[in-house]
Design a protein around this ligand. Structure first.
Ligand SMILES: Nc1ncnc2c1ncn2[C@@H]1O[C@H](COP(=O)(O)OP(=O)(O)OP(=O)(O)O)[C@@H](O)[C@H]1O
Ligand SMILES: [Mg+2]
Length: 197
């Protein structure tokens, strides 16, 4: 079986597990993950952070966004350009008035009022995903959006994947393709994995 097919099987299995989480579980686990993130020096030092808007039982990010604003940090959210399968990071100052439902039904910056930043300016990118391993390999949803976006960031930009403990797989290296971008950290409800490059 080729890598694409094996990736698809693993995606289905883990997404099933994630779908089975109750709202309460998502909320409790997300709080733990956010707390692990808040304790990290990377978060404390970051001034401009790219976050995602959670959908379908992904780790919730609202408290991360709100805490960042209180701390005077700037937040960008991904605006998805489906035709090019790419992401434009756009500054957002208010979740009630600045967002619309975009591609894939995910909340995203209103394209009428995009306020893009250069990817190299971003200090920290928080990414969702389906599966992660101890080497920083990451499996997304199969769109390649983040794989195209991350190389546009600077050499100092830190990538942190947020996920639940069951999303950490021992070794994804036999599934990884050339274009797959690694993350520097994986933060779950049970661990903070630092990947030595
Ligand atoms: N940098 C790139 N340039 C061109 N095509 C790419 C690039 N990155 C990924 N792709 C293509 O995108 C498709 C999906 O890639 P992949 O399965 O790795 O997605 P993913 O990592 O799950 O998604 P995402 O990056 O959005 O989390 C593949 O067909 C791949 O060839
Ligand atoms: Mg990939």
């Amino acid at each position: 079986m080729d890598k694409v097919a094996r990736k698809a099987i693993l995606r289905t299995k883990i997404i099933e597990q994630r779908t089975a989480l109750t709202k309460h579980e998502v909320s409790c686990l997300s709080q733990k993950i956010a707390s692990n993130l808040f304790d990290s020096h990377i978060f404390k030092e970051a001034g401009l952070i790219m976050v995602y808007m959670a959908f379908r039982n992904e780790v919730l990010t609202k408290s991360i966004i709100e805490k960042s604003w209180v701390a005077g940090k700037k937040i960008v959210l991904p605006y998805v350009v489906s035709e090019q399968k790419t992401i434009i990071p756009s500054l957002v100052g208010n979740l009630q008035t600045h967002l619309i439902t975009g591609a894939y039904g995910i909340l995203e910056p209103d394209p009428q009022h995009l306020n893009p930043v250069e990817p190299v300016q971003i200090d920290l990118v928080l990414l969702p995903g389906v599966a992660f391993d101890y080497q920083g390999n990451r499996l997304g949803y199969g769109g390649g959006y983040y794989d195209r976006f991350l190389p546009q960031c600077g050499s100092n930009t830190i990538f942190i994947a947020l996920g639940y403990h069951f999303q950490v797989i021992k070794d994804l290296s036999d599934l990884v393709e050339k274009h797959d971008q690694k993350v520097h950290y994986v933060i779950t409800d049970q661990e903070v994995l630092y990947i030595e490059c």
